[in-house]
Write a protein that binds this ligand. Structure first.
Ligand code: UD1
Length: 342
C-alpha cells in the first residue's frame, strides 16, 4: 500500500483514478483548488470507494502552498498529477494563465520528487501532442507536431520538463497521452461536470439530449473519412483511471525501462462523430437532434492510438465499449439535479 497524492483529484479523470487507487488498497490524498470542480465530488468518491480520502484545497501553482502541503506528507510514495487547465479555446485567450498554472504546479511537484527519489510522478499528457499524425494508428514514437494552442503547448513542454528533471535530478515519471476520455462511473456517483456550454462532443450530446442545450452542431461533413466527419479514439474514463494505477505500480516496482516513459491511452479504434451519435442513440434509446456546421478550426481529421506499447508495458487494455461509454455518460447526466429554470 502506497500513499498517493492525486492532484486535481476532484476533477473528471482524477476522481475516477482516486476510486481505482482506493480499490487497490492505496492510501489517497487529494489536492484540488475547485478551479473546475466541486467539493461534492468527494461524497461521490466516498460512496463508490467506501472510504473518504483526505482532501486539501490547495493551489499547487503557489510554491509556498504546494511546499506546505508536501511537507505534511514526507511519506508520500507517488503523485498522479491531473491538476491543470484544459480548455483549448480559453488557453488561446489566456495563455499566461495557462502557462503559470500548468507549468507552475508541475515544477513545484517535481521539486519535491527531485528531493524524494522514491516518489515517482504520473503526468497527464494528451494525444494533442501528435497533431495530425502522418500514420494511423498513432505510435508513441510518432513525431511531435507544433502545438495548435497554449494548452497543447503545456502538454508538449510538460513532457520536456519531465525529461530535463529526470536527467538532472533522477526524477522518475510516466507521461500518459490520453485520446478522448468520455463516460462516467457506472454507479453514476461520479462523472464529468463541464462548466458552461460543453466544448467536447459527448458532454454536449448528453446535455442536449437532456434538454439543457439546443441541437448538436456536427463540425464539418467534408473530411476525408468514411462519412465525412472527424475520427477520434473515445475511451471510457474508468479504463483511463485503471491505466494510471498500473503505470504508478510499474514505477513503484522499478519496472520502467527509462526514466520518463510515454504511453498512449486509447482503445485503438476510431469512431466518426456520426458513429458516436448512433452509439448514443443505440445505448440510450434517445434521439440526438443535430445538424452539420462548418469545420471547427484546429480539428485534426483523424486520431486513434496504437495500443501495443501500453498493452506490453502496463499490462493494460481498454475493455469498455463505446456503447457502455454512452450508457454510463447518460446515466450520469440523468442523475444530476436539473438547474433551476430562469
Ligand atoms: C479536444 C481538444 C484536445 C483536448 C481534448 C480534451 C480541440 C481542437 N481539441 O479534443 O486538444 O486534449 O479536447 O478533452 O479542441 N464535435 C462536434 N460538435 C461539438 C463538439 C465536438 O462535432 O459540439 C466534434 C469535433 O469536431 C471532433 C469530435 O467531435 O471531431 C471530438 O471533439 P472533442 O470532444 O472536442 O475532442 P477533441 O477535439 O478531439
Amino acid at each position: 500500500m502506497t500513499k498517493v497524492l492525486v492532484t486535481g483529484g476532484l476533477g473528471f479523470i482524477g476522481s475516477h483514478t482516486a476510486v481505482e487507487l482506493l480499490a487497490r488498497g492505496h492510501e489517497v490524498l487529494l489536492a484540488d483548488n475547485l478551479s473546475n470542480s466541486n467539493a461534492a465530488v468527494l461524497d461521490g468518491i466516498a460512496a463508490v470507494a467506501g472510504r473518504r480520502p483526505v482532501w486539501a484545497n490547495v493551489d499547487l501553482a503557489d510554491p509556498l502552498a504546494c511546499r506546505a502541503l508536501l511537507a505534511g506528507h514526507p511519506d508520500l510514495g507517488g503523485i498522479v498529477h491531473f491538476a491543470a487547465h484544459k480548455a483549448v479555446g480559453e488557453s488561446v485567450q489566456k495563455p499566461l494563465a495557462y502557462y503559470r498554472n500548468n507549468f507552475g504546479s508541475l515544477v513545484n511537484l517535481l521539486e519535491f520528487t527531485a528531493a524524494h527519489r522514491d516518489c515517482p510522478l504520473i503526468f497527464s499528457s494528451s494525444c494533442t501532442v501528435y497533431g495530425q499524425a502522418d500514420q494511423l494508428p498513432i505510435r508513441e514514437d510518432a513525431p511531435i507536431k507544433p502545438a495548435e494552442s497554449p494548452y497543447g503547448n503545456t502538454k508538449q513542454v510538460g513532457e520536456e520538463i519531465l525529461r530535463d528533471a529526470a536527467r538532472a535530478h533522477g526524477v522518475r515519471a510516466i507521461a500518459l497521452r490520453y485520446f478522448n476520455p468520455i463516460g462516467a462511473h457506472p454507479t453514476a456517483a461520479i462523472g464529468e461536470l463541464p462548466l458552461g456550454v460543453p466544448q467536447n462532443l459527448v458532454p454536449f450530446i448528453t446535455q442536449s439530449a437532456a434538454g439543457l442545450r439546443g441541437p448538436l452542431q456536427v463540425f464539418g461533413n467534408d473530411y476525408p473519412t468514411r462519412d465525412g466527419t472527424c475520427i477520434r479514439d473515445y475511451i471510457h474514463v474508468v479504463d483511463i483511471a485503471l491505466a494510471h494505477v498500473y503505470a504508478l505500480e510499474r514505477l513503484l516496482a522499478g519496472r520502467s525501462s527509462e526514466p520518463v516513459e510515454v504511453f498512449n491511452l486509447g482503445t485503438g479504434t476510431g469512431s466518426t462523430v456520426l458513429e458516436v451519435i448512433a452509439a448514443f442513440e443505440r445505448a440510450t434509446g434517445r434521439k440526438v437532434q443535430w445538424s452539420f456546421a462548418p469545420r471547427r478550426p484546429g480539428d485534426v481529421v483523424a486520431a486513434y492510438a496504437d495500443t501495443a506499447k501500453a498493452a506490453q508495458g502496463l499490462g493494460w487494455r481498454a475493455e469498455r465499449t463505446l456503447d457502455q461509454c454512452m450508457a454510463d455518460a447518460w446515466r450520469w447526466q440523468t442523475s444530476l439535479p436539473r438547474p433551476a429554470q430562469p
